[in-house]
Design a protein around this ligand. Structure first.
Ligand code: NAG
Ligand code: NAG
Ligand code: NAG
Length: 419
């Protein structure tokens, strides 16, 4: 879909919704918290202030906005989910996401890795998401479809090109299709939660044995080999990166804030720290460490997601304006000058580093532009990975079953046009 049909004219000025992408969000995302979970659609702060929004809506009453709906568990959310939601958003003006409840996931797939609160933070953090409904059923029912159409004013239900069958073998979206309110998007190549769980399990089987990065160690070789069986099928293209980015430079006199890290297994803690960092300025530049840098400082079994995957996850976050793909460990004076960085921030909760010989923030500290930000959550990549390890048995079973159907998907996969 081109931007023409997304934009609209208001008092002689042509507005593109994406112009506002990345502009500061006013309400606290997690302030929306658990009290909203009782099945109420959570209206998200759109990337412009509420007062603006109201003006826009009033002036724009002549043309109703198309509301599209897409659901999912979004457990262990990855850029494949983000890309699906990006495509869904392009089929309408407002994207409503249905998040499957913890209870429904437990009943249908086994225990979720991430809690509803964390999954909500991740999904709401995506720049394409306008609203979240937190009690979506695991398999869409006709009754729920009707609720979507009536209560939530949904125009189209969106789903990927993989078939979705109800327990009785019928097509879950038959009713929506019959009503002419179903649209399909292309499934993102090369990544799935199952694949990520597999990567975590094979690389973290025994983290301690590999911590010294000694590749000659026997156990490490085993880890290496099993890791290679989980090599990502994702091939990053320049177009995908363009689709995910805003393509905006900082405005004149903008205060550029810089934050760096691995952003491995992008989680709710990342969303929160990025939000706080963005609040310190007008433009958030995120430095993403290269795979080699991450391995060097965290051990051979990291990162779990490679550089381009991690970059896409960060770019999909509404608080982020730009990323450096493969940022240096050490922040130099030259970097600060090149990007006109006004503040360098770092969270109080971070992964342990294997080496502590030099302080990567020495330069910004000496320039007086370094800020330590209280991390709002104590979740880390390691803690997410450990939750998966703790549920090992359940996941092995669940994974074996899902891997089979995914293998089939790839074997039978055909070219599907679309973005
Ligand atoms: C790496 O492994 C080799 C052979 O197993 C051993 O001699 C060496 O001490 C190890 N290095 C470290 C840093 O553990
Ligand atoms: C394991 O990884 C290390 C470091 O990445 C590498 O040097 C070594 O050759 C690998 N071993 C095998 C068996 O692939
Ligand atoms: C550099 O950043 C400062 C804010 O820290 C801003 O006042 C200044 O205008 C920026 N410079 C340029 C050339 O944009």
């Amino acid at each position: 879909m081109d931007y023409e049909s997304n934009g609209w004219i208001w008092e002689g000025v042509y507005y593109y919704p994406h112009v506002f992408g990345g502009v500061m969000v006013t309400a606290a995302l997690l302030g929306l918290s658990t009290s909203y979970f009782a099945g109420i659609g959570v209206p998200l702060p759109l990337p412009c202030s509420w007062s603006n929004l109201r003006i826009f809506r009033k002036k724009k009453s002549s043309k109703r906005r198309i509301r599209v709906y897409m659901d999912g568990c979004f457990d262990l959310m990855h850029y494949g989910h983000a890309n699906a939601l990006r495509q869904a958003k392009a089929l309408g003006d407002e994207l409503v996401v249905g998040l499957v409840s913890d209870e429904e996931i437990l009943a249908n797939k086994g225990p979720p890795v991430l809690s509803m609160e964390e999954r909500l933070a991740l999904v709401s953090g995506l720049k394409w998401v306008d609203e979240v409904i937190t009690d979506a059923p695991y398999a869409i029912t006709e009754e729920f479809l009707n609720r979507l159409f009536r209560e939530y004013k949904i125009d189209y239900v969106i789903h990927g090109d993989d078939p979705c069958l109800l327990p009785d073998g019928t097509d879950a979206y038959a009713a929506a299709k019959k009503a002419g309110r179903y649209k399909q998007i292309k499934r993102t190549e090369g990544v799935s939660s199952t694949d990520i769980v597999g990567r975590i399990m094979s690389s973290l089987r025994d983290p301690k044995t590999c911590e010294d990065r000694n590749g000659t160690d026997e156990k490490c070789q085993e880890v290496n080999q099993s890791k290679s069986s989980h090599i990502s099928q994702f091939l990053p293209t320049s177009r995908r990166i363009v689709q995910f980015s805003d393509g905006k430079a900082p405005g004149p006199n903008a205060r550029v804030v810089y934050i760096d890290g691995a952003f491995d297994l992008f989680h709710a803690g990342h969303v929160e720290i990025l939000k706080r960092a963005r609040e310190l300025g007008d433009f958030l530049l995120v430095g993403i460490h290269s795979d080699e840098t991450v391995s060097e400082h965290r051990g051979n079994h990291y990162p779990i997601m490679h550089l381009h995957e991690r970059s896409l996850s960060v770019l999909a976050c509404r608080h982020v304006d730009e990323v450096i793909i493969g940022a240096p460990w050490q922040i130099t004076k030259d970097m600060v000058t090149t990007f006109n960085i006004s503040a360098v921030v770092h969270g109080t909760v971070a992964e342990n580093s294997l080496h502590s010989e030099s302080d990567p923030y020495e330069v910004p500290k000496s320039m007086g532009i370094f800020h330590l930000l209280e991390s709002p959550k104590d979740i880390t990549t390691t803690s997410v990975a450990q939750r998966i390890m703790a549920n090992h048995e359940a996941y092995v079973k669940r994974n074996a079953k899902k891997s089979q159907s995914e293998k089939r998907y790839y074997e039978e996969k055909k070219y599907v046009s679309g973005e």
